[in-house]
Design a protein around this ligand. Sequence first.
Ligand SMILES: Cc1cc2nc3c(=O)[nH]c(=O)nc-3n(C[C@H](O)[C@H](O)[C@H](O)COP(=O)(O)OP(=O)(O)OC[C@H]3O[C@@H](n4cnc5c(N)ncnc54)[C@H](O)[C@@H]3O)c2cc1C
Length: 550
Amino acid sequence: MKFQTHEVMNQAPELEDYNSFLRDQALQDALQREGASWARADVERFGAVTGSAASIALGYQANAHKPQLHTHDRFGHRVDKVEFHPAYHQLMQTAIAEGLHASPWQQSQLGAHVARAAKYYLHTQVEAAHGCPITMTFAVVPALKQQSNVAAEWLPRVLTNEYDPRDIPANQKRGITFGMGMTEKQGGSDVRANTTIAKAIGSAGSGELYELVGHKWFLSAPMCDAFLMLAQTNVGLSCFLVPRWRPDGTKNPLELVRLKDKMGNVANASSEVELRGAQGWLIGAEGKGVRTIIEMVAMTRFDCMIGSAAGMRQAVVQAVHHCQHRRAFGRTLVEQPLMSNVLADLALESEAALTLTMRMARAMDHQEQTHEQLLARLAVAIGKYWICKRTPQHAYEAMECLGGNGVMENCIMPRLYREAPINAIWEGSGNIQCLDVLRAIEKQPETLEAYFAEVARAEGANSGLDTSIKQLKNWFSQRYEVEERQGQARRIVDQLAVTLQGALLQQHAPNAIADAFCVSRLGTDWGLNYGTLPIGINRQAIIDRCFSTG
Ligand SMILES: Cc1cc2nc3c(=O)[nH]c(=O)nc-3n(C[C@H](O)[C@H](O)[C@H](O)COP(=O)(O)OP(=O)(O)OC[C@H]3O[C@@H](n4cnc5c(N)ncnc54)[C@H](O)[C@@H]3O)c2cc1C
């Protein structure tokens, strides 16, 4: 005899088969405002894809089955292959078919960066880790263009929308992907400590072929077709394009030692590699490797902003959805005053991250304008630091909104939480970003002028914002010793970030959002945790804008 033990009730339904663009009012507004209204139909179509149960399932599958390294085949030949679950390939296929790896370089239409950022933001919410090779392929283009003979050979296959994962020489493929190798054991942030050596095979100089001997301690997405790598020549640190296969069709000796056992980002393989005479072409001037590869790094930093803003978005959406359906103590959680404070606070952080990111996308689209160029130089470093740094705590608080269910591996929250710190660490860790902000201002004081011109557009809209702008101007008018300045870099970049976000929201967001953000983040009326917005904030309006019941 079987007994009914209980009825399952008061659980939120699965959040799937919804349009993740149409449920995101801030994203719709940003697409229009920042210059890509022409892309609306396409992004709306893609929002249905990224909200579909089928896409969401791919994210789970790709992470449940970690990539496997095969150093040798069964006969003992070196193969250096990484095997991925089909779901990973499907995510890569979609990302490349949608142009997330290259669309702004394929079309000259103004707003192309904004349109791509919107789509990337949606896709990263499904699964973040496969974004690593997508971003690196996108980011390589400006650096590669510095070496015209090499670019002529390699760029056309970057600029196709075909994902071709076959492990064969790049010149036989329909589409290719790129990675990046800078970090070595003895030096990550300080790449000048690199010990990998490069020697010219014939003549030395830009575009010529060299042989590299050394190692890389981190080389993500090692199945990429080629990598930009730093190595020392007798002139100094230089940048090389190192392919997986040599032009003669033999394997380039990039020997994978092992895959990193990472806490997050597990669907993406990150490897350690030894270069035993690997061939590569010199990109840019010899001895100017950092100057060359920084073009790539600048773009990856921008994508870290998109990725972390997307992580926050997915976290707050899950939290709001759960709280809209779950009842406790006589009403839904979203109706409980304290929970509405937590959700509204998380929503503010998420919208501020998106707004700054999309503003930077617009700046990317208008690099011919001096203001946009100077602003991007400073504000991408500020935004990369700040948005990535804010994400882990945000992910944790969103997880807590789901209670015990939020901790379970069959829910996306643990994945969002484990992914959250990574963007902050790679592509310039927090301190490095803050020091970069100071360096940019020192080398090019016009970047700071561009920053103040940008925030001045919102002057007078909020007293906390006005005070913060004054404090920043005052700080920069002082002459501090280098040690003092560096020691204070986080404090000052925190303030630069929040002030810029506040100024952008004051210009573009509804009053309920902009004022709540400025009162809490720029006034003194905020606690130490999320969920401490002061009295007088329209919390329901903030939550409704974030994710209405649809
Ligand atoms: C998942 C993952 C994938 C990665 N993939 C790649 C890849 O594909 N290619 C690649 O090249 N690298 C890759 N990296 C490496 C990554 O870019 C480095 O870990 C990062 O640049 C930091 O370098 P490091 O680990 O050597 O730490 P360090 O440089 O030793 O830094 C340690 C800490 O010290 C701080 N610090 C350093 N200098 C200063 C200073 N002057 N003042 C104050 N603080 C300072 C840093 O901010 C950091 O917090 C990857 C890393 C991870 C986690």
